[in-house]
Design a protein around this ligand. Structure first.
Ligand code: FAD
Length: 488
């Protein structure tokens, strides 16, 4: 799902107040890194900073095409010397706002992937997308906990938690991180693990890019090679029956099963199959990674019978084919999105969802999705992390095309759908689904209060001036939130 540019306040070290950067300064940076460096006005800058989400056009002061951890460290040090903030981009699937006036480090040249089949681990550099990891791990009967699209970057996804089709069985992708190589605001490259840097290890798993730029990650793989998975597209007229069936069926599933259901308003695009092209449909997504694949197929039967399927299929598939479960778009597009968590999904909540986003209403949303949470997603890993979203029964995500004609109405409609579900909300939000945010306070509110408190303390210690004030940035000077009694 494309993410959105957000109305985050300007960085703490705003471009207009930072000292001007001269050609000699940029040349000095060029001499310190192996990759290309582009300054504002240079040919090649636009291509270097191109974001998958077309709603964002980065206009950094300087872009550094990092080829290695040393390049990242040099770029961060140089940025700090010149009073600039630092942003990072791998694919541009999740830019939060334009990295205006910043030093933007692009990581897509950092493509190393190595699998250790004995330890069942992967070591992956910062620019790698999931498809590469899935293919390499599959050679050993293993896989990684990727999300709905394998075109998304491993690092950005994982630092935000990372909820995917095997999530209820194995938890968030971040739960499986073993160590992280991280460049902090002082320009130091640190290897961060539970033993070496416990506070940073807590913060980087869920805190997204708040504590630095990750140059590589090492994480556990899981022993799955085949699953039962896929999606079914249903006639929009059956939306009430399908969604009411989903709300009782989904929570009764075992942890081996993950699922979501979405109302999709599909464009009349040639590449879409005839039965769904240009239509509003209900899309059921399903994955089962237990040993008994026949059981996985049997479990989905009640939903097959809940509506008229137009297209799709659910059956055994290799892990390398998991994109077929959600069928997310691969080509870049402009997206606005916003998510929330639900504590429960009673019949009244389904009715409210249908009234706000169902096929009968005329709204400019491409997708309104309800995803089942719980299972291992609800449990802290052995070493607790800052991942947000553990206490929810479901998550909701609304998404629309971020085009100028809809600039005003889309956020109103999207937020309106979430407001309609407010009576059943769980606190916080998964960071990867925060979408548009009003500023650092809204980012902090995504986390349980005690998590936000520790995260802010780590941010204040390692990035006191807000060098990393892009992405879902926390304010290092913000007071810690009050922790209500009984919340951990
Ligand atoms: C089509 C689509 C499907 C998605 N499906 C899922 C899903 O199923 N589950 C889920 O959890 N999320 C999902 N997401 C959200 C996605 O995980 C986030 O948008 C993620 O941040 C994308 O990472 P990226 O590197 O590809 O994007 P980028 O735009 O390159 O990076 C986004 C942000 O990630 C952080 N980041 C990236 N690289 C680094 C680094 N090296 N060091 C520090 N911070 C870094 C930064 O904050 C950066 O602003 C989806 C997004 C899209 C567009």
């Amino acid at each position: 799902m494309p993410q959105a540019p957000a109305t985050v306040p300007a960085p703490r070290t705003a471009a207009e107040t930072a000292p001007a950067i001269g050609a000699a300064d940029v040349d000095a940076l060029r001499s310190r890194v192996h990759g290309p460096v582009y300054a504002a006005g240079d040919e090649g800058l636009a291509a270097e900073v191109f974001a998958w989400n077309l709603a964002v056009t980065h206009t950094p002061a300087v872009a550094v095409g990092a080829t290695c951890a040393a390049d990242v460290a040099a770029a961060v040090s140089w940025a700090v010397e010149h009073g600039r903030t630092v942003a990072v981009q791998a694919t541009g699937h999740g830019p939060v706002r334009n990295a205006d006036g910043a030093v933007l480090v692009t990581t897509r040249r950092m493509q190393g992937v190595s699998i250790d089949p004995v330890r069942r681990t992967a070591r992956v550099e910062a620019g790698v997308t999931w498809e590469k990891v899935l293919a390499a791990a599959a050679e050993h009967g293993l896989t990684g906990l990727c999300g709905s699209s394998s075109g998304v970057g491993v690092v950005g996804y994982t630092l935000g938690g990372g909820v995917g089709s095997l999530g209820r069985k194995f938890g968030f992708a971040a739960d499986h991180l073993l160590s992280v190589d991280l460049v902090t605001a002082d320009g130091a490259l640190r290897t961060v693990s539970a033993d070496t840097e416990p506070d940073l290890f807590f913060a980087v798993r869920g805190g997204k890019g708040n504590v630095g730029i990750v140059t590589s990650v090492e994480f556990e793989l899981v022993p799955v090679s085949t699953l039962v998975g896929g999606g079914l597209f249903f006639d929009a007229a059956d939306a009430p029956a399908l969604l009411h069936a989903f709300r009782t069926w989904a929570p009764a599933l075992p942890e081996e099963a993950s699922t979501s259901i979405a109302v999709l308003r599909l464009p009349p695009a040639e590449e879409l199959p005839g039965p769904v092209r240009g239509r509003t449909v209900v899309h059921l997504r399903y994955a089962y990674c237990g040993d008994d694949l026949a059981e996985g197929e049997r479990l989905v039967e009640p939903m097959r019978g809940a509506g008229r399927a137009l297209l799709g299929g659910i059956g055994p598939m290799p892990t390398t084919a998991m994109d077929a479960i959600h069928m997310d778009p691969r080509d870049p597009m402009p997206g606005w999105e916003k998510g929330m968590l639900l504590a429960e999904l009673p019949a009244e909540a389904v009715d409210a969802f249908l009234a706000a986003a169902g096929p009968q209403v005329d709204v400019p949303l491409v997708m309104a999705e309800i995803r089942l949470m719980g299972g291992a997603l609800a449990r802290q890993p052995r070493v607790p992390s800052a991942v947000a979203g553990r206490d929810a029964a479901f998550s909701v995500l609304v998404l629309g095309p971020a085009v100028p004609e809809l600039a005003e109405v889309l956020p109103q409609v999207g937020r309106g759908v979430l407001a309609a579900l407010a009576p059943w909300a769980a606190p916080g939000c998964m960071v990867n689904f925060l979408g548009e945010v009003s500023g650092p306070a809204e980012v902090a509110a995504a986390y349980p209060p005690a998590v936000a408190e520790r995260l802010l303390a780590v941010k204040a210690a390692v990035d006191p001036t807000g060098v990393f004030s892009h992405g879902y940035a926390l304010d290092p000077a913000a007071p810690a939130p009050a922790v209500p009694a009984g919340r951990a």
